[in-house]
Write a protein that binds this ligand. Structure first.
Ligand code: NCD
Ligand code: ZN
Length: 344
């Protein structure tokens, strides 16, 4: 197949940052995706509907003219978010979910939840109003092996949470393990999962190929090949519980190529093309449209997009770096290499 036409996709997990960084990366997403769930881990985090409204305005103001793109906003759950904020979310029409970052789990998560028990009333309100809880599913206990943090989180936090709130809508974000896939698969239809392109394409060897590769370091960290295969099987399964979330997470080159580099892979520059590669490698290009364009909208109760995009099977050369913050550049996934598909 040389051309692939599909309904315009959405990205159900994206980091847009703010200010000049946002202006640099936003066009990559907006050219491909009609909508994106925008992560709230700014500094300070987006903890109220009022802050989300202001952030949304800044995103819309930074959009290049003539590009149709809708940011779907989220709030950042803290130990003291009042249940009334959930009412405001429901009434807003533009905030679509609340994100749980365990305190200290990842970039800008220091304000995250220290103990989910402190959020009981707020989570109960989310369950009642059908507001999805998006979960960074990793424990932060430094004694737990970094490759086991997702599985330990599922057993210790998510399964008890769903026993207490069985109807809560829960999205396990950026699933990276077989255990994560099984958790989503075995849950009710209120439980879903997003999958990144880099976790579908790479296993943990990519972090150490010939030397340390900071641009392949993200959280949750890449896992071993058997887990990658489980993710691919879920993505191509046709199950509506799994959908596209790039977790494209830009960090300046200087913050990645340093003694203690930030976690995050930038993938928005080839945000749908990389998934096409992964689905083609699995012989399942016909399953891409449901995963990329239908199931996320269905889960969030939003209309499916109607416009189409086309991808051509022709190598797309990826530059060594992209414009970002003045002289501080952004190194994208596959820098200096190519991606097998390109957007028409
Ligand atoms: C994300 C970031 O940089 O904001 N980093 C990452 O490795 N994915 C945070 C996150 O989603 O965990
Ligand atoms: Zn993320």
């Amino acid at each position: 197949m040389q051309t692939l036409t599909l309904t315009r996709p959405d990205d159900w997990h994206l980091h847009l940052r703010d200010g000049a960084a946002m202006a640099a990366v936003l066009p990559d997403t907006a050219r491909r995706f009609a909508r994106a769930i925008v992560m709230p881990n700014l500094k300070p985090p987006v903890t109220t509907v009022a802050l989300a409204a202001a952030y949304r305005d800044r995103i819309l103001a930074a959009l290049p003219a003539g590009i149709d793109f809708t940011p779907l906003m989220t709030l950042y759950l803290t130990d003291n978010m009042p249940p009334a904020e959930v009412d405001a979310v429901k009434a807003s029409g533009f905030v679509h979910a609340i994100k749980l970052y365990p305190a200290g789990a990842t970039t800008n998560s220091d304000a995250g939840v220290s103990d989910l028990k402190k959020c009981t009333a707020t989570v109960a309100r989310m369950e009642r109003l059908g507001v999805p809880l998006l979960v960074h599913g990793e424990v932060t206990d430094p004694a737990v092996d970094i490759f086991d943090r997702e599985a330990v989180f599922i057993d210790g936090v998510l399964l008890p949470l769903l026993r207490d709130f069985p109807a809560l809508k829960v999205v396990l974000e950026h699933v990276t393990t077989r255990e994560g896939i099984e958790f989503v698969r075995d849950g009710g239809m209120n439980v879903a999962g997003t999958l990144t392109a880099h976790h579908l394409l790479l296993n943990r060897n990519a972090i150490f190929a010939g030397g340390i590769r900071p641009h392949n370091y993200c959280l949750p960290v890449l896992k071993r090949e058997t887990h990658r295969q489980a993710l691919v099987a879920a993505a191509i399964s046709g199950s509506p519980k799994f959908f596209l979330g790039t977790d494209s997470a830009p960090h300046a080159q200087s913050a990645k190529e340093t003694a203690c580099g930030c976690a995050g892979c930038y993938t928005a520059h080839a945000g749908i093309e990389l998934y096409a590669e992964a689905f083609e490698a699995a012989g399942a290009l016909d399953r891409l449209e449901g995963f990329a364009s239908f199931y996320g909208a269905d889960y969030y109760g939003l209309p499916r997009n109607t416009e189409k995009i086309s991808l051509r099977r022709e190598a797309l050369a990826i530059p060594l770096s992209l414009d970002y913050l003045g002289s501080d550049r952004l190194v994208p996934l596959r820098a200096g290499e190519s991606v097998a598909w390109r957007l028409e």
